[in-house]
Design a protein around this ligand. Structure first.
Ligand code: ADP
Length: 657
């Protein structure tokens, strides 16, 4: 080699950045350039003559014998990525190429190692890889959907959220035009929305897309989205694709719609809806508040709520605020507030605490309902009530007065009628007995016409006498409590039928279904009642019909019902109640004797014994009268029935006229 050439080579060795090391086939260093000294920290004098193992870390000790064995076979080791160790112990990442050196006979006599420090390169590669991984992880875990396209607008990447929202998996979407995977329309017009890619390419900057965008999903579903797109530029600023970021805003949009609706409701409410903070400062003021209190929103917001409170009610606000601070609500609190024109407004307040996201009370919402009209109506109603009450009291007093007067006149009338009846009875008896004497003593001297007139006088007298007896017994029944005792109907009923001649009418068939149950009653009153019912039953039969009666009792809860059934003319439904009225004779009864007192006596007597009377009847099919009294119990003592007077009941039965 010419001298200039070897000088040139030496300079190249010295100025080279790669470590160039010569070594024997036994691994002894024979040459060591300045780059090797810089890379491994050994000076040339230190290194030359030393084994190459000084730069081999213990964990790579097996590499060198292999390399040497290959060298001996003339094989070069190329671009071996490995680690070497510096004098100070630090590891150096290197890329080594070890080549054999041949003599003239092509025999391998030594070797050269060229080692390039690749620490910086490896670090850069690591950084790049980490950055890539981070980017991948970020895109995968990000809450927003991301689609990346190439410059032609074909999909390169979708993150999982984008896969879920579009319905396209990454492997199927890849390479497809963006508008296939990302099909968007306007929510209102349903027209296809502009391809974001085109917009980005046109404007060359990041763009937010139109509002009210709907993404049509692959499965036919729809999602409201909010999106933006940006160009991807390489290091030299050339656009290489587009990144599209979008999110499902269905919930947000629904919340916005709901908020808009709520505000509209608040605004259109007739009630005043007012927001205030915990210092009582007004923070919101709706149209209702403007109408009720007269302040505009501008005038009210920011001022203290106390502007609405009458001075004598200021303490209410302190109480309300302290309750709100405790998180309590105030419900339907009726009070008075002042309008802008100092007019008093009756309001019903409902005040609820407003909580922040942490649940802290930060203010209050107050709903005030104007109840001025209601209060006025209440006052008027109360006045009307008072008036009505006074009228009612007046009326009651008048009724009491009139009733007392009426009672007095009734009593007078009854006293008058009974004394009249009494006074009539004496002369009547005298007329009757004198007529009988005339008939008996002088009958044979009288012409037959005079005798029959006498008979008619005697008959009329006894008829009038029975009528007077009935009137008297009815009058006596009016007042007075009666002593109730056990009455054996099984004995009383046959006796009444036996003893009263008008009851024992010719041909009448009377069947008593024994045993009759015992009742608690008053024997004389019951005798009177039974005599009346039985004589009516025998009397009110159609001409030519033989009267037939059936009498029985039946238990009825704690009471006993005594039934008297006849085969008479019957009573129409609409007349049944009034048949019990005094002096009442029903249509069709004209041909039968009577004065209309009998059933009135029955009714009054039953009432006095605490009992009831009623009937079932149909015209032409007979009647069934029933009497209801308490059942007698063994050992029944004397009881007093409800009517109040202490006057004893008449012992005399009422005779039918
Ligand atoms: P009187 O028997 O004196 O007519 P009552 O007071 O006993 O008066 O009866 C009132 C009316 O009720 C009778 O006039 C008659 O029209 C009707 N009435 C009462 N009992 C019967 C009966 N068993 N069958 C049909 N009608 C009757």
């Amino acid at each position: 080699m010419p001298e200039w050439q070897s000088a040139h080579l030496a300079e190249a060795l010295n100025s080279c950045d790669d470590a160039i090391i010569g070594k024997t086939l036994d691994g002894i260093i024979t040459s060591w350039n300045p780059a090797a000294a810089r890379m491994f920290g050994y000076a040339t004098e230190e290194a030359v003559g030393s084994p190459i193992s000084i730069i081999i870390p213990p964990e790579r000790a097996t590499e060198e014998p292999e390399i040497l064995a290959r060298l001996r076979r003339g094989i070069r080791t190329e671009r071996l990525e490995t680690l070497r160790i510096r004098k100070d112990g630090r590891r150096v990442a290197v890329c080594a190429t070890i080549s054999p050196i041949h003599d003239r006979e092509r025999k391998v006599i030594a070797a050269t190692s060229v080692l390039r420090d690749v620490t910086a390169r490896n670090e850069a590669a690591d950084h790049y890889r980490i950055a890539q991984e981070r980017l991948q992880a970020t895109l995968t875990s990000i809450g927003d959907a991301v689609i990346v396209t190439d410059i032609k607008g074909c999909v390169e990447f979708l993150n999982p959220v984008a896969e879920a929202l579009t319905g396209w998996p990454q492997d199927e979407a890849q390479g497809k035009p963006l508008e296939v995977v990302f099909h968007i329309v306007n929510e209102v017009t349903r027209q296809r929305a502009e391809n974001p890619l085109a917009k980005v390419m046109r404007e060359g900057i990041a763009v937010g897309l139109a509002n009210h965008t709907l993404l049509l999903q692959r499965n036919g579903g729809e999602v409201a989205i909010d999106d933006s797109a940006a160009p991807i530029r390489n290091g030299s600023g050339v656009t290489s694709g587009v990144v599209l970021v979008f999110r499902d805003v269905g919930v947000v949009r629904a919340a916005e719609n709901m908020r808009a609706k709520l505000s509209a409701i608040v605004e259109s409410s007739d009630d005043a809806i007012v927001g205030k903070d915990l210092d009582g400062r007004i923070t919101s003021w709706n149209g209702g508040a403007e109408r009720i209190f007269g302040y505009s929103r501008l005038e009210a917001v920011g001022r203290s709520i106390t502007m609405l409170i009458p001075p004598d009610r200021l303490s209410e606000e302190a109480e309300i605020l302290s309750r709100l601070r405790r998180g309590e609500r105030v419900d339907h609190f009726e009070t008075i507030r002042l309008a802008k024109d100092r007019r008093k407004v009756f309001v019903s307040l409902t005040i609820s605490p407003i909580l922040d996201a942490e649940g802290q009370v930060v203010g209050a919402s107050k709903i005030a309902r104007d109840i001025t009209d209601k209060k006025k109506a209440e006052r008027e109603l109360a006045d009307a009530h008072l008036l009505l009450q006074r009228h009612a009291e007046d009326l009651e007093r008048q009724v009491a007065l009139r009733t007392a007067e009426l009672k007095e006149s009734l009593e007078e009338l009854e006293t008058f009628s009974s004394s009249l009846s009494h006074d009539l009875k004496g002369p009547l008896r005298a007329i009757e007995s004198q007529a009988q004497i005339i008939r008996e003593d002088f009958g044979q001297h009288l012409p037959s016409e005079a005798k029959s007139m006498l008979d008619r006088i005697i008959a009329r007298c006894s008829q009038l006498s029975r009528f007077i007896d009935n009137v008297l017994s009815y009058a006596r029944l009016r007042t007075g409590g009666v002593a109730l005792v056990r009455v054996e109907l099984k004995e009383l009923v046959p006796r009444v039928i036996e003893e009263y001649p008008h009851v024992r009418q010719a041909n009448a068939k009377i069947a008593i279904e024994q045993p009759l149950l015992a009742v608690r009653g008053h024997e004389a009153l019951l005798t009177q009642v039974l005599a009346n019912l039985v004589s009516n039953g025998v009397k009110f039969v159609a001409p030519g019909t033989c009267p037939s009666l059936r009498i029985w009792t039946e238990p009825c809860a704690e009471r006993v019902r005594l039934w008297v059934e006849d085969n008479g003319i019957g009573i129409p439904k609409h007349d049944q109640q009034r048949a019990f009225g005094l002096f009442t004779r029903l249509p069709g009864s004209g041909r039968y004797d009577g004065s209309g007192i009998g059933l009135a006596v029955v009714n009054r007597a039953m009432h006095r014994m605490g009992g009831r009377v009623g009937l079932e009847s149909e015209p032409g099919k007979g009647s069934r009268f029933w009497l209801e009294l308490d059942a007698a119990e063994v050992g029944d003592g004397i009881l007093h029935a409800s009517p109040r007077s202490t006057a004893p009941a008449s012992e005399a039965p009422a005779h039918k006229a």
